[in-house]
Design a protein around this ligand. Structure first.
Ligand code: GLY
Length: 396
């Protein structure tokens, strides 16, 4: 264990003023980026500090639109709203024409772009797009095993698995049930998280990245990593998806057993942070390692803590919030971009993927910015300072 909840108390905290300043810095960068990335999107990760301009492809473009909506909420500046609305049209087209959507990431893509647009501005096209996305995600639900299949063609034995990241795709299903009155979306989400908790969480409170399910019996078979260092290790971002994913489902389901699950996953995350509180890309690595960091994991975990703290007993909430305030300070100090001439990203020192003997990845976006790191790094202080005009962020 690298940290304890007692040792972390020795670190400086981000206070409300610090959170506001971090947001102001971020908004400056977003504004400067708007001309290049309104008709285009930001690539998943930066290259030597700078994002490329891409079409609306991959699982990550919603983060950039989400960043623009956060900037709009924070400032009320119509320039942000106009740019985000251009992107909402692109998302409508993407789901209508099924462009690069043969995967489960409808929540990442459509909650932050279109559900946010609908909630903030009542945009009906955005609502229509988000409901099409929820239907598409629902089509990946597998009755045998009761889960949402992450990747590949649905129903193929070699693809019959779930991944921990999917917990963040569930809120679009809960939302779809709320707006349509049709409970089947939420039921799928609830069944999925139940299955996930059964197989993904290990006895030491670390998590598998992915887990296969037997197609015939529906029983969980074995866990493997895709982006972690080893099958048995804890990929830092995967653990963070667990922290936030459990909190988001608790918001909708209020199942008391998820409080304990949240505490277990979050305890592991906090207690394995290195000395400077910026996680390495996998918790196999600790203080002094030359391996790269994944700052995005800490930003995601902070957002999860802010969500869950609303429902915890005060003493428990304080324990986790105390850790989040310190992670945020460390992120701002060590990873917050203060020089737009060196990078046009917001949060430095993320890692998209790092190759290892046991995983199936090639190095990608190593020690770079990534769009989800930027997004969650902005969402955390918005949640913290309650500067939002609406409760949009809760839907992720
Ligand atoms: N959801 C994919 C990733 O976190 O890289």
């Amino acid at each position: 264990m690298a940290q304890t909840f007692e040792s972390i108390m020795n670190y400086p905290v981000m206070d409300a003023e610090g959170a506001k300043k971090a947001l102001e810095e971020a908004v400056k960068i977003v504004k400067a980026n708007l001309p290049k990335y309104t008709d285009h999107f930001q690539s998943s990760n930066s290259f030597d500090g700078f994002y490329e301009a891409t079409e609306n492809v991959e699982w990550t473009t919603g983060f950039w639109t989400g960043v623009i909506w956060l900037a709009y909420e924070f400032t009320g500046d119509e320039a942000f709203r106009k740019a985000a609305e251009v992107q909402v049209e692109s998302f409508h087209d993407r789901i209508l024409n099924k462009i690069d959507v043969n995967h489960h990431d409808m929540g990442f893509l459509f909650s932050l772009s279109c559900v946010a647009a609908y909630k903030l501005t009542g945009n009906e096209r955005a609502k229509e797009a988000a409901l099409m996305a929820a239907d598409h995600l629902a089509s990946r639900y597998r009755e045998k095993g009761q889960f949402l299949q992450a990747w590949g063609n649905v129903g193929e034995a070699k693809e019959y698995r779930m991944i921990i990241d999917c917990l963040l795709n569930l809120p679009i299903l809960y939302w779809a049930s709320e707006v349509t009155g049709d409970g089947h979306y939420a039921q799928m989400a609830e069944n999925h998280i139940k299955t996930a908790m059964k197989c993904i969480l290990r006895p030491d409170n670390s998590t598998y990245h992915t887990h296969f399910i037997d197609m015939e019996t529906g029983e969980p078979t074995y866990g493997v990593t895709h982006q972690g260092n080893r099958n048995g290790s804890a990929w830092a971002r995967g653990q963070a998806w667990g922290v936030y994913g459990i909190a988001l489902s608790y918001r909708y389901l209020k199942d008391p057993s998820y409080i304990d699950l949240f505490c277990r996953v979050t305890d592991f995350f906090v207690e394995h942070l290195p000395e400077d509180l910026i996680p390495y890309w996998d918790f196999d690595f600790d203080t002094g390692s030359d391996e790269p960091r994944d700052s995005s994991a800490a930003a995601i975990a902070c957002c999860g803590i802010f969500e869950m703290a609303k429902y915890l007993e005060p003493e428990k909430a304080k324990k986790y919030l105390d850790a989040a305030y310190r992670m945020m300070y460390a992120l701002d100090e060590k990873c917050g971009n203060k020089d737009i001439t060196k990078s046009n990203g917001i949060l430095l020192h993320g890692t998209y993927a790092r190759d290892s003997k046991e995983n199936t990845c090639k190095n990608r976006g190593v020690d770079e910015c990534n769009t989800w790191g930027d997004y969650f790094y902005m969402e955390a202080p918005v949640s913290y300072t309650h500067l939002r005009a609406h409760e949009t962020r809760h839907d992720l």
